[in-house]
Design a protein around this ligand. Structure first.
Ligand SMILES: C[S@@+](CC[C@H](N)C(=O)[O-])C[C@H]1O[C@@H](n2cnc3c(N)ncnc32)[C@H](O)[C@@H]1O
Length: 192
């Protein structure tokens, strides 16, 4: 059952010249293609904070019994680098919208890992493919969150788990993040 698009996304759209979903995604691709070569460096600016989410995800994964894991919105695959070291016999897939992120990720030649360019709102996988999906600091870029959850439900096996980490903030901070500055062009941080 579709829950429809949340009202605040519609309001945000009206204020921001009614971009289409595809236009939002093109902005994401442009931004993340630009960030790809330095994404995992010490000097990756605003994306430095993404690294704070890796330890809690690793901790949560200790509770899961998985064989095949998808990192949805994987960028250059920093989480998959950690995971392949920790779980060398499991299977991993990384999916990202940015061709440059995927290009950088593939250069790592991680064991038992496939990197695929694609959209988390329209995943290129069969039904019931994964035991676990992780999604970290990517969800707030999706113009149609319901499509993402529908896809997660479809590609997860029965009793599979989604581990999602993302930003939230107070209303005034959300307004600034979503409406002012470079970040607002490709980012939509939502209420919890
Ligand atoms: C801030 S990065 C976070 C990457 C990684 N999960 C991490 O925690 O380091 C967000 C990533 O989401 C990707 N992304 C944005 N929209 C996407 C979509 N619709 N489908 C797949 N990936 C998407 C971007 O290309 C970018 O690589």
């Amino acid at each position: 059952m579709s829950l429809g698009k949340p009202k605040y996304i519609s309001l945000w759209r009206e204020k921001n010249t009614m971009k289409t979903d595809q236009e939002y995604k093109q902005l994401s691709i442009k931004e993340f293609n630009k960030a790809a070569t330095k994404y995992e460096s010490q000097n990756n600016g605003i994306y430095e904070m993404c690294k704070e989410d890796y330890p809690p995800i690793l901790e949560e994964l200790k509770k899961q019994n998985f064989e095949k894991l998808l990192d949805a919105g994987c960028a250059t695959g920093p989480m998959l680098t950690l995971l392949t070291q920790k779980y060398p016999n499991k299977q991993f897939v990384g999916l990202d919208l940015s061709p440059k992120m995927i290009e950088e990720a593939k250069k790592k030649k991680l064991k038992n890992t496939t990197f695929i360019e694609g959209d988390c709102e329209n995943m290129p996988f069969e039904n019931n493919t994964f035991d676990t999906i992780i999604n970290s600091q990517s969800y707030h870029h999706y113009p149609n969150p319901q499509a993402f959850f529908n896809e997660v439900y479809r590609v997860l096996k029965p009793n599979g788990k989604l581990i999602l980490r993302d930003n939230t903030a107070s209303d005034p901070v959300l307004f600034l993040m979503n409406n002012i500055g470079e970040n607002s062009k490709h980012n939509r941080t939502r209420r919890r």
